[in-house]
Ligand binder design. Structure first.
Ligand code: CDP
Ligand code: MG
Length: 185
């Protein structure tokens, strides 16, 4: 059994689709073991989206901008810093709903259901592909954090760290679902 963290970002909350999206995870038998609504504080978001993301997102976005053939003078580091800052700001632009889901291969299954980072690149059937068509390159040209609806932990390690960041142990619950009666060996 594995646990993973999802966060419905302010765009999902403001669009009023949190219930609709959460239902998708319940339907595949993932168990909700914790949930809360909050406006995250800056320190939490600096931990959640750490400075180590700067070169990674900077280089990805630079590649997007190069493919558009546009001119810009910023370095990958400057672009990355702008994206990380605007993503942290976006995550504080309204309340978010954080949920811990539990199930077999939860991290992998949830990432598949969420889609790629950019909604434009996400397959139909995924949350980001079904509910948005935004491109990361275009969002970053407007110096905006991408409104891609939902965060999901990328690896089991990331999930463990993120769950500890967002939830106290006493806020997570253990109970048996009907699904477990059918999936247990
Ligand atoms: O969320 P995911 O794990 O798919 O992507 P990430 O590479 O860990 O990036 C974290 C978040 O930064 C994304 O979900 C976007 O909200 C934001 N981001 C962005 O706005 N523009 C980019 N070029 C890359 C990331
Ligand atoms: Mg990530």
């Amino acid at each position: 059994m594995e646990q993973t963290l999802i966060i419905f970002k302010p765009d999902a909350v403001k669009r009023g689709i949190v219930g609709e999206l959460l239902t998708r995870f319940e339907k595949v038998g993932l168990k909700i073991v914790g949930t809360k609504m909050l406006v995250a504080d800056p320190q939490m978001l600096a931990d959640h989206y750490p400075d180590s993301l700067v070169p990674i997102v900077g280089n990805k976005t630079k590649a997007d901008w190069d493919s558009y053939g546009i001119e810009y003078s910023e370095t990958a580091e400057q672009i990355g810093q702008m994206i990380v800052d605007s993503t942290r700001d976006f995550m504080r632009s309204g309340p978010v709903v954080a949920v811990v889901l539990q199930g077999g291969h939860a991290v992998e299954v949830v990432r598949k259901m969420v889609g790629s980072t950019g909604p434009k690149d996400s397959a139909p059937g995924t949350i980001r592909g079904d509910y948005a068509h935004l491109s990361l390159g275009q969002a970053s040209l407007k110096k905006k954090g991408a409104a891609n609806l939902i965060h999901a932990s990328g690896t089991a390690d990331e999930a463990e760290k993120e769950i500890a960041m967002w939830f106290k142990k006493s806020e997570l619950f253990d109970y048996e679902t009907v699904h477990e009666q059918f999936t247990r060996a």
